[in-house]
Write a protein that binds this ligand. Structure first.
Ligand SMILES: [Zn+2]
Ligand SMILES: [Zn+2]
Length: 169
């Protein structure tokens, strides 16, 4: 959905819609959408900037980094971002250092809400998704999924940190 930026005034406008994802994939991760992106957003002008506040909701399918099984992850996230015309940055007339909010640049006279909403969903996807906090992963020796079965190797390898990949954050 393209929004003409000239139509966004200081009082702002509120929108709620869906972005149809079809069989689209997530940007970075080995994952896909199981639902469209449902969003609501309030857009308001502040000089050259447009502040966008709202929320996104969808369901994605991810692959667990420990057990390699696919699992469903619900995404329900709010955002508060600044949209900024990239022409002003290119021209060097504006410095962006003064604000802490996430800044997204747009080119021309329109902002592409579908793209912005899918970015907001992708930001929420963890780098190393796990199907559940206590996922036991697969045995590095025999490949057994330790959530469902125990294997002989586990007996001889009493150490609990047999899985080499540490989960970030
Ligand atoms: Zn898992
Ligand atoms: Zn094993």
């Amino acid at each position: 959905m393209l929004i003409e930026t000239a139509k966004i005034g200081p009082a702002g406008m509120s929108l709620a819609d869906i972005v149809e994802m079809g069989d689209a994939s997530l940007i970075d991760e080995d994952g896909s959408y199981l639902d469209d992106i449902h969003y609501s957003v309030h857009l308001a002008r502040d000089g050259e900037r447009i502040r966008a506040r709202g929320s996104v909701r969808t369901t994605v399918s991810l692959t667990c980094v420990r057990c390699l099984e696919e699992f469903e992850q619900k995404v329900n996230s709010s955002f508060d971002i600044i949209l900024f015309p990239v022409q002003l940055v290119d021209g060097g007339s504006i410095s962006l250092s003064e604000n802490d909010l996430e800044t997204i640049f747009f080119r021309g006279n329109h902002i592409d809400l579908a793209r912005i909403m899918s970015e907001q969903v992708n930001i929420c996807i963890p780098d190393n998704p796990v199907c559940r906090p206590d996922c036991r992963g697969i045995c590095p020796n025999c490949g057994a999924n330790l959530n469902f079965e125990s294997c002989q190797c586990e007996q001889s390898n009493a150490s609990s940190d047999h899985w080499p990949n540490k989960i970030k954050r």
